[in-house]
Write a protein that binds this ligand. Structure first.
Ligand code: HEC
Ligand code: HEC
Ligand code: HEC
Ligand code: HEC
Ligand code: HEC
Ligand code: HEC
Ligand code: HEC
Ligand code: HEC
Ligand code: HEC
Ligand code: HEC
Length: 339
């Protein structure tokens, strides 16, 4: 038997293209969103996409296949634990008609695992859709049939999608460990840390935002499901806009802009943390001297050997002892960020 999952990517793509098409011709007809794309150029692309998923089987609700469904009750006679775990989560809430339990009465398990008659007859695991052996693409397609709107609309083409990370790399349907969102670990940050060790380790350094204190998570800044911003940042269109969503006072525009900051907050701060004060990528004065090799101050590179002279340019907050408005100044005489 060909598994139903093969049909999903084509359908999802068709829906996405239909949306683009609808937007392009300016028709705002929400009810039309699941309609197939019009004939012509797009239809050709959809056909091409469909061809790569050859032999797309009919969808689950096709009456011709209905007899291949056995229903949740039957599955649960042999898989009691999975039956219980699904009922304990949002997926098992039949009163919500969009859940697997509510969508097609009784099918529940089979909305994800595919029709199960053959598996029940044979008792073989090869005859049922198993997520631990599915490709990321096919596993994701199963979930995306329902989760394709809102924060999930950007999934396709996101870095995680492109690198074959799957919904079930982070989520567990039957054995979730988190209180919310059915994650495989207790918190979102722990989930991210399973693959992104360097960034997770940095949040443990001296200068950091309050992740390890539990006041923030990786997902405070990043959307694991993709976004419109670079680096899957949750809000804005640039790194600076993402930072300014919380640090509004650094947003500007200022009367006197520090060109460095207009470009990228990350030129001076490591967003994940560093061993310097304020998560700076280097200690001042070295930080400033990455760009300001010579100023009208003594045009030397200040380093450890000059610490003995206790120059105000090296001790304490070094350059920002005087250039205190380092992010930009609104003072008429603030060109040098001194006030
Ligand atoms: C009559 C008992 C029985 C029923 C009913 C049954 N299964 Fe199974 N299922 C089994 C057995 C036995 C295995 C293990 C087969 C093996 O190891 O080869 C299994 C394996 C599986 C697996 C793979 C588990 C793994 O370790 O990878 C999945 C998924 C599964 N069943 C889902 C379902 C679903 C969904 C239904 C309802 C459509 C269902 N089963 C109905 C007996 C049953
Ligand atoms: C929302 C989709 C979804 C629904 C609904 C669902 N499953 Fe699963 N099932 C999965 C995924 C994904 C896995 C892989 C392990 C995990 O995520 O916990 C899985 C794994 C399994 C396994 C293998 C055991 C394991 O831990 O690897 C069995 C057996 C199983 N499901 C049976 C069922 C039964 C029985 C039902 C209905 C009561 C059901 N599933 C409903 C998605 C689903
Ligand atoms: C038949 C449609 C359907 C399918 C298929 C489906 N889901 Fe869901 N899922 C839902 C609905 C509906 C909700 C509840 C949303 C709500 O109440 O806001 C939900 C909720 C969730 C949640 C949030 C749970 C929480 O506690 O907040 C996660 C995570 C999730 N699904 C992941 C998955 C994954 C992973 C898959 C694929 C293995 C999947 N879903 C397949 C319909 C579906
Ligand atoms: C890299 C890990 C990761 C991957 C991959 C991932 N998620 Fe999530 N998901 C999360 C985290 C973390 C949350 C908690 C909400 C948040 O902070 O954004 C979440 C929340 C959710 C929710 C509940 C809240 C909401 O936004 O509706 C659903 C549903 C969901 N994910 C479905 C999916 C589906 C479907 C896929 C695959 C297409 C997927 N996730 C892939 C980590 C992931
Ligand atoms: C299963 C492994 C896995 C998990 C879990 C995971 N990621 Fe990723 N992530 C990847 C891979 C693979 C890439 C591709 C780049 C790379 O190889 O580093 C990536 C890339 C990224 C990028 C860079 C995107 C870009 O455009 O450059 C960000 C940001 C990111 N992940 C955030 C997260 C967050 C936040 C979480 C937790 C919610 C998370 N990841 C969980 C595997 C994972
Ligand atoms: C304060 C916001 C913020 C938080 C919290 C945050 N990040 Fe980031 N992350 C960023 C920014 C901004 C970038 C882009 C940096 C750059 O390109 O210079 C980034 C980049 C990344 C990248 C891509 C790195 C690369 O070099 O390609 C990964 C992966 C990543 N973050 C994972 C994580 C993980 C995992 C966590 C949680 C431990 C996390 N981030 C927490 C803001 C954040
Ligand atoms: C989701 C909100 C949020 C976002 C987005 C965010 N921050 Fe923060 N940031 C915080 C919080 C909360 C603190 C802790 C404030 C405190 O302790 O008073 C903080 C503290 C800081 C600190 C001071 C750290 C210290 O050691 O005292 C710096 C520097 C900083 N953030 C820079 C950035 C940069 C750069 C970005 C963009 C990459 C960014 N932040 C994005 C919430 C955020
Ligand atoms: C030219 C380097 C540089 C750039 C670019 C920069 N910062 Fe800073 N930032 C600093 C320095 C130096 C400090 C420490 C100031 C002090 O000790 O008085 C600091 C301190 C901070 C602090 C904590 C202290 C405070 O003033 O609240 C936050 C938050 C912060 N920066 C956010 C940002 C954001 C957001 C951006 C991007 C819009 C940004 N920074 C760009 C150098 C920079
Ligand atoms: C990423 C590079 C970069 C870093 C790091 C940097 N700056 Fe700048 N800074 C610039 C640029 C570019 C300008 C604009 C120069 C111009 O207009 O000639 C500038 C302008 C200035 C000016 C005004 C110059 C003038 O001619 O009026 C001052 C003062 C200044 N920076 C101080 C600092 C201090 C103090 C630090 C360290 C906390 C620092 N900068 C770190 C790039 C940087
Ligand atoms: C004791 C206070 C003080 C300290 C410490 C200080 N500056 Fe300045 N800086 C000034 C003053 C005052 C001016 C304006 C000078 C003028 O306009 O003649 C200035 C001007 C500048 C300028 C713009 C004019 C030029 O020379 O191009 C830059 C760039 C600059 N400082 C960088 C730095 C850097 C980098 C450090 C740390 C290594 C630093 N400053 C430390 C007081 C200070």
């Amino acid at each position: 038997m060909t598994l139903r999952s093969d049909g999903f990517p084509a359908r999802t793509l068709a829906t996405a293209l239909a949306l683009v098409w609808t937007a392009a011709i300016g028709v705002i007809a929400a009810s039309d969103r699941t309609a197939p794309p019009p004939a012509g150029l797009l239809a050709g692309r959809v056909a091409a996409a469909a061809a790569t998923h050859a032999a797309a089987p009919p969808p689950a609700t096709d009456p011709a296949q209905a007899s291949n469904f056995v229903g949740e009750e039957t599955c649960a006679t042999c898989h009691e634990a999975e039956g219980k775990s699904v009922r304990a989560t949002l997926h098992g809430k039949a009163q919500n008609v969009h859940t697997p339990a509510g969508k097609t009465a009784g099918q529940s398990c089979e909305t994800c695992h595919g029709p199960g008659q053959k598996h029940v007859d044979s008792g073989k695991k090869e005859d049922i859709r198993r997520f631990n052996v599915l490709s990321a693409r096919d596993a994701n397609a199963t979930c995306l049939t329902c989760h394709s709107k809102g924060p999930h609309a950007d999934w396709q083409g996101s870095m995680h999608d492109a690198r074959n990370v799957s919904c079930v790399s982070c989520h567990s349907v039957h054995a979730a460990k988190s209180e919310k969102f059915q994650l495989k670990t207790a918190t979102a940050t722990e989930t991210c840390a399973t693959c992104h060790k360097p960034e997770a380790m940095k949040t443990r350094k001296f200068g950091h935002m309050p992740l390890r204190e539990g006041k923030m998570e990786c997902t405070s800044c990043h959307s694991p499901h993709g976004s419109n911003n670079v680096r899957m940042l949750k809000v804005g269109n640039t790194i600076n806009e993402a930072c300014a969503s919380c640090h509004a006072e650094k947003r500007g525009p200022f009367l006197w802009e520090h060109a460095a900051g207009r470009e990228n907050c990350a030129s001076c701060h490591d967003p994940h943390g560093s061993n310097n004060d304020r998560m700076l990528v280097a200690k001042a004065p070295m930080l400033c001297q990455r760009c300001h090799v010579s100023s009208r101050h003594p045009a030397t590179i200040y380093d450890g050997t000059q610490l003995a002279s206790a120059s105000s340019r090296v001790v304490g907050r070094a350059c920002v002892n005087c250039h205190a408005q380092i992010h930009g100044s609104n003072h008429p005489a603030g060109a040098q960020f001194l006030r």
